[in-house]
Design a protein around this ligand. Structure first.
Ligand SMILES: O=C(O)C1=C[C@@H](OP(=O)(O)O)[C@@H](O)[C@H](O)C1
Ligand SMILES: C=C(OP(=O)(O)O)C(=O)O
Length: 432
């Protein structure tokens, strides 16, 4: 368990930054590359711990995957080229690996044992196990198969018509992946749109998927072909520097080559709604994913009310939005965000207690939080509790703190952003 002492910077943040590859897209590139026939090359792959769990899982099933820094080559031999793993699969801290992989394993004629770290072991898996059982998989584990460790016996699946009871791209994707391996046409409906990278990437691998008014249909047993995937920069990682630029006086930062998929850009809408000066340019679309740049300047910030359909579009950005709200004029209310309770930590509780410990005025509600603006961030000790996004929120808070902040458990940041402090330093050192 390592600690890092962070001092207030008394400088501005300026310059351009390329953030690491998108975590959601990196996971999916490995999954589809492993199911496809032929070679897949993935560039700007996120070299973070979560995505390594997905690579290791497919290696255990016999897939040849070579990784050199941020470039990954996968030798796909199709679904029939996968084999039964001889060892249990370690999912580490990664909810995306767990839920998406379950969808694939459900359709393979093998037995699997899955386990994760202490955080993932507390996160619900029944949200995807329940529909997969209806399709024909046998999934069991703690508390009637709700929690890891899980045992999965996959095999022939029948298609399903499924309406997701939770606003979750992981659940949607798990069922769609099982649908790809099943007999017949699987249909998944969602009341609120969640990130659609699975649908986009399926098409990039030559698959067919129809999308109409919140319903996605996928025909089973499609043959996918290996391809080249260029992973855009992760807007969920960029969000930390976007907020840093907004709250540190005299800052202006441009994030380059970042993913601007509309199912992910809620952070831009929220920052604009709060009065932040921000300019977005979409430059190109690669594999169905828009890519471009975001320019952010230090600005006066206003409190706001955030809720409803935007929540899945900002779900991973809420911790850093809460920090932004501590610096606003007036109160900010975040509601309809109960899904935060099922992340690496209960992020309603961890955001509120961490920002309170740093001196902010913030209280938890059943489905979100209420933040008083014009807050002063003090120094002190703050623990990531093993949650990468809480760790990065603390690091950005330290930039405007009155005193040093000691970040405990800083190593969790490597889950999604191994070079976070190097990139932060790049923006600071260019400033006066
Ligand atoms: O599909 C994905 O890649 C993800 C979906 C979201 O989770 P939920 O689907 O559980 O909301 C998000 O929080 C996670 O970081 C990545
Ligand atoms: C919730 C997250 O990831 P996962 O669900 O994949 O653990 C996240 O990255 O914030």
């Amino acid at each position: 368990m390592s600690e890092r002492v962070l001092s207030p910077i008394n400088k501005s943040l300026t310059g351009e930054l390329y953030v690491p590859g998108d975590k959601s897209i990196s996971h999916r590139a490995i999954i589809f590359g492993s199911l496809a026939n032929g070679e897949t090359t993935v560039t700007h792959f996120l070299d973070g711990e979560d995505c390594m769990r997905t690579i290791d899982a497919f290696r255990l099933m016999g897939v040849e995957i070579e990784k050199n820094d941020n470039t990954v080559k996968i030798v796909g031999k199709g679904i029939s080229g996968l084999s039964e793993p001889l060892e249990p699969i370690n999912l580490g801290n990664s909810g995306t690996t767990a839920r998406l992989l379950l969808g694939v394993l459900a359709g393979l004629p093998f037995h699997f044992t899955l386990f994760g770290d202490s955080s993932l072991t507390k996160r619900p898996m029944d949200r995807v196990a329940i529909p997969l059982r209806v399709m024909g998989a046998t999934i069991d584990g703690r508390e009637n198969g709700k929690f890891l460790p899980l045992s999965v016996r996959g095999g022939e699946l029948t298609s399903i018509t499924f309406e997701t009871p939770v606003k979750s791209a992981q659940v949607k994707s798990g069922v769609l992946l099982a649908g790809l391996l099943a007999n017949g046409v699987t249909s998944v409906s969602e009341k609120t749109t969640t990130r659609d990278h699975t649908e986009n990437m399926l098409q990039a691998f030559g698959g067919n998927v129809s999308r109409e008014a919140g319903t996605i249909r996928i025909e089973g047993k499609q043959r996918l072909s290996g391809t080249t995937i260029q992973v855009p920069g992760d807007i969920s990682s960029a969000a930390f520097f976007m907020v840093a630029a907004a709250i540190v006086p005299r800052s202006n930062v441009t994030i380059k080559d970042v993913g601007l998929n509309p199912t992910r850009t809620g952070i831009i809408d929220v920052m604009k709604q709060m009065g932040v000066s921000i300019e977005v340019t979409v430059e190109r679309t690669v594999g169905g994913e828009p890519i471009g740049s975001i320019f952010i300047e230090h600005s006066p910030i206003n409190g706001t009310v955030i809720g409803g359909d935007i929540i899945p579009r900002i779900i991973d950005e809420i911790p850093i939005i809460a920090l932004l709200a501590t610096q606003a004029n007036g109160k900010t209310i975040i509601r309809d965000a109960e899904e935060l309770k099922y992340k690496e930590t209960d992020r309603i509780a961890s955001v509120v207690t961490t920002l309170q410990a740093l001196g902010a005025t913030i209280e938890a509600t059943e489905d979100g939080m209420i933040i008083e603006g014009n807050g002063t961030i003090l120094g002190g000790f703050a623990d990531s509790h093993g949650d990468h996004r809480i760790g990065m929120m603390i690091a950005i808070a330290s930039l405007i703190a009155k005193d040093t902040v000691t970040l405990k458990n800083e190593e969790s940041i490597a889950i999604s952003y191994p070079n976070f402090f190097v990139d932060l330093e790049k923006l600071i050192s260019k400033s006066s």
